[in-house]
Design a protein around this ligand. Structure first.
Ligand SMILES: NC(=O)c1ccc[n+]([C@@H]2O[C@H](COP(=O)([O-])OP(=O)(O)OC[C@H]3O[C@@H](n4cnc5c(N)ncnc54)[C@H](OP(=O)(O)O)[C@@H]3O)[C@@H](O)[C@H]2O)c1
Length: 333
């Protein structure tokens, strides 16, 4: 079978190679999935660069999510039930950028026929994170303000649409002026441009104070100076979830910033959250996400499809600004 691999972490467009490897055999409790499609997510690119939470066991194949058909099972009830079914593949170790992937049977989710392969391939990571952060963890009330950085990302746009649906309001921070109108058209209540410079961060903190009187709910995927400016804007008992490191820079703020108003910064990682919830919650989340994706609220815009042979082009396209490539890049097997 074909598998995209890297021998050492590094720049994705340079280190990825398409190799021919033995097709793996599933062990008890595992399933063999014939992959149909898998998106290029920021977490995949961090994994290839060696910056992700989970270090790669090289030679390694990237790909944390995707869709495929269960072809074989190594034994176990779930594996038998899922044989022949189209499933969402949540591959915690990476490995979906290949013709076949092996995963524990509990990491596949049978998916509604009503969802296209494109929406099935992007079914979980971003939609679930958007829902869980805003509705389950922060529980932003109707009418409340949520501040978010990287608001133009696929996930950021889902949060804007979800806010309209649920009745909370969003203040959206982007780094490019050109994104402002697009997000306002999407339903953003307010958009602030912050390029991370000292001047724009000071302006942002002041503006957030004026708009909210002290931010109560925030989610940050950028870190660095922009994320730190949001921390400084937190008001009484304000909470910020740190869920990404797009700038590659640490958050920097005085402990006094938190002490004086009792605010907090918490890390959020979907994998950890899902490990702590039971099967009934997971099943109801899958049903909810299916409905919200079908109605377009948590759907993913796809910018284009690439083959495994053209993976180097796909990873370059995935990091191009939205100005030139809107939406997610998808690898089709
Ligand atoms: N913690 C979790 O469980 C979890 C789960 C899902 C996703 N995430 C994180 O969520 C974030 C968004 O994911 P996605 O798939 O929606 O991303 P995406 O669609 O690929 O978009 C990436 C966005 O990040 C912006 N960006 C990149 N570098 C930036 C920087 N230095 N400063 C400000 N903005 C920057 C880009 O802005 P331009 O348009 O200006 O280029 C683009 O809008 C990622 O950090 C991802 O790792 C975390």
């Amino acid at each position: 079978m074909r598998a995209v691999q890297f021998q050492n972490p590094g720049e994705p467009s340079s280190v990825l190679r398409l190799q021919t490897v033995e097709r793996p055999v599933p062990k008890h409790g595992e399933v063999l999935v014939r992959m149909l499609a898998s998106p290029v997510n920021p977490s995949d690119l961090m994994f290839i660069r060696g910056h992700y939470t989970i270090p790669a066991q090289c030679p390694a194949t990237p790909g944390f999510e995707g869709v495929g058909i269960v072809e074989a099972s190594g034994g176990g009830l779930r594996g038998l039930l899922f044989r022949g079914k189209r499933v969402v593949v949540l591959n915690k170790r990476g490995g979906n950028w290949a013709d076949y992937a092996i995963v524990p049977a509990e990491q596949v989710i049978p998916i509604s026929k009503g969802l296209s392969d494109e929406q099935a391939a992007t079914f979980f990571v971003n939609p679930a994170t958007a829902w869980v952060m805003t509705r389950e963890v922060l529980k932003v009330p109707a009418g409340g303000w949520l501040v978010q950085t990287a608001a133009g990302s696929a996930l950021g746009q889902m949060i804007i649409r979800l806010a309209k649906h649920c009745g909370f309001r969003t203040i959206n921070i982007v780094r490019r002026e050109a994104q402002k109108d697009e997000l306002l058209r999407l339903g953003a209540d307010h958009v602030e441009v912050c390029d991370g410079s000292e001047e724009s961060c000071e302006r942002l903190t002041a503006q957030l104070q004026t708009l909210t009187g002290g931010v109560k709910y925030a989610v940050d995927a950028v870190g660095g100076s922009t994320g730190s400016a949001v921390v400084r804007s937190l008001g009484l008992n304000g909470r910020m979830l740190a869920y990404g490191t797009l700038s590659g820079q640490p958050l920097q703020f005085s402990p006094r910033t938190l002490m004086t108003v009792g605010s907090s910064v918490e890390g959020f990682w979907l994998g950890n959250f899902m490990s702590g919830v039971g099967l009934p919650f997971k099943l109801s989340l899958v049903r909810r996400l299916t409905r919200l994706i079908q109605s377009g609220i948590l759907s993913t815009e796809i910018s284009g499809s690439w083959t495994l042979e053209t993976v180097a082009d796909a990873v370059v396209a995935a990091e191009k600004s939205v100005q030139t490539a809107r939406g997610k890049c998808l690898l089709r097997m």
